[in-house]
Ligand binder design. Structure first.
Ligand SMILES: Nc1ncnc2c1ncn2[C@@H]1O[C@H](COP(=O)(O)OP(=O)(O)OP(=O)(O)O)[C@@H](O)[C@H]1O
Length: 289
């Protein structure tokens, strides 16, 4: 198994390649980060969390950021989603800054916890962002759109249920419906299935691939679970620690649609074994840095 750096248009690039301006090229990646570093100030000291990260995600791509706990995956996702500004480097989403992309509702963000309002029903939770972001939109249109999104995530029977009456997987489906209701171009997902049991997690992965195949959103997905990253993604970007950087970008060549048989394909096992090795090497290098 070889590194994807030379073979695919996503992932780490050399500093020479950085001279080209992706935004001006017709085949520009949908999302890119160039030379991104991030420092946090902790107790009067500078803590460098990300160092010189380059990343490219094509339109309609599914890229997972894979790395050990605490390596900086969420920080990178927050930079791509406009929730943080980098200390150094640049980020672009659809040819604009992430903050502008958020303002134009091009980015939907899904966190590990579904963050639903407990006193609202599933339907009202899905309506919520539409109501807040477009106050002039007719009420009936918002309701129709929310119902359509609940149908898309298979929860049309649960529209009157409150979050406490839903399982963890169902709550996450509601939060995905809420994000999709605004029809963003990009979904940024930060360990969205991390709090779920193993079987529900696999079901949610099947479900997410169905949604992706139907909607063709560009998805950036954070996980520290190798199987999950391989099962879902077109590309897995492996991050090393201390400070976090991209150590490999691997195209996953398994055919879509993927389903439970995918886990039994020899190439699936070979790919996960390769990624496990790289992660361990990156972890060892980070410890001795
Ligand atoms: N706002 C902040 N201020 C200071 N340090 C921070 C801040 N946010 C993150 N960090 C630090 O940055 C490092 C990376 O954190 P991050 O949450 O990005 O890692 P992660 O790979 O997503 O971890 P996990 O998989 O456990 O969620 C950690 O050491 C964390 O303590």
């Amino acid at each position: 198994m070889t590194s994807a750096r030379a073979a695919v248009p996503t992932g780490a690039t050399s500093s020479a390649a950085r001279a080209a301006a992706p935004a001006s090229c017709p085949d520009a990646p949908h999302i890119w980060a160039r030379g991104v570093s991030m420092d946090f100030h902790v107790a009067g000291r500078i803590h460098r969390v990300l160092h010189d990260v380059d990343l490219q995600v094509p339109k309609g791509g599914f890229v997972s950021l894979l790395g050990p706990s605490g390596c900086g995956k969420s920080t990178l996702l927050k930079l791509l989603a406009g929730l943080l500004a980098p200390t150094e480097g640049e980020v672009s989403v659809g040819g604009m800054t992430p903050m502008e992309a958020v303002r134009q509702r091009r980015i939907g963000i899904i966190f590990q916890e579904a963050t639903l309002l407990p006193w609202k029903t599933a339907l009202e939770n899905v309506e919520m962002l539409m109501e807040v972001t477009d106050k002039r939109r007719p009420r009936a249109e918002i309701r129709d759109r929310a119902r359509e999104m609940l149908r898309l995530v298979g929860l049309e029977q649960a529209e009157d249920k409150r979050p406490a009456q839903l399982s963890g997987g169902m709550r996450q489906r509601v939060s995905i419906a809420r994000a999709l209701a605004l029809d963003p171009e990009v979904l940024m997902m930060d360990e969205p299935f991390g709090a779920l049991d193993a079987i529900t997690r696999e079901e949610m992965c099947d479900f997410l691939l169905e949604i992706w195949e139907r909607t063709r959103k560009t998805i950036v997905f954070v996980t520290h679970t190798i199987d999950e990253a391989v099962f879902l993604s077109r590309n897995v970007v492996v991050m090393g620690t201390n400070p976090a950087r991209v150590i490999e970008n691997m195209p996953i060549t398994l055919d879509y649609p993927r389903n439970e048989d995918t886990y039994a394909i020899p190439a699936f096992g070979q790919t996960t074994a390769h990624l496990r090795r790289i992660l361990k090497e990156g972890h060892r290098a980070g410890r001795s840095a």
